[in-house]
Write a protein that binds this ligand. Sequence first.
Ligand code: MG
Length: 255
Amino acid sequence: MKSSVLRIAGLTVEACGVVFDKDGTLVDFHRVWGPRMERSANTLLEASGLGEDFLVHLYRTVGYEATTGNTLGQGPLATAPLQQLTVVVASALFQHGLAWDRACELANHCVVPAMTAAPTPEEIAPRGNVATALLKLIDAGCFVSVATTDNRAATEVMLRHLHIEDCFTSIHCGDDPGPVKPDTRVLDDIAQSQGVDLSQLIMVGDTVSDMVMARNAGVCLGVGITGGAGSDEELAAHADVLIKDISEIYPGATA
Ligand SMILES: [Mg+2]
């Protein structure tokens, strides 16, 4: 596959494909996951009979600051697939005196429905003009893929809502069989399926987890999106370059 010349925040790179994280990269992270965590927590409080101290402990455990609505970039809420998040919540319940079986039952009963509900239009806010940015890359001969830890059903609803579901050569979700982010085999699989080398891929994401995966996999560039989960400072330490939204990745003339 022929590579394309891309410009990214003053850098010029040659790549065959760009892999995008979803939450915080294609769509606003905070619009969805903070409110869903709070809904889960309130249902848990009611069902468990535990008090406010549990709520404080739960938010600290999943990496969420209710006072600011911030999600910690390197915490479970920001990066873990739902199955892991449920275990994290069950652990917090266990630490507050519930038997493990009951803790797991409550975590499944209270967290999974809130987290897997079909995204509403109000929850889906694109990070800039994502459709135009993606089409420019595709027109330049680049393939684009999605790698997310979110579930497939929710992912497809969001991409469809943004009218970008047909843009992607492949979409890798948290509940798919096989490796899940931040396993570097996700990027391996994408490269192999397109017949390109890992060094011809660019990974774009809003978390340290995405950037570390990119670096460990050996892709040509890890691009951090600011304003997602976590702080810009922690992202900067692991990204090759930071941008505000994906429109800052565009085809350029040969260097
Ligand atoms: Mg993300």
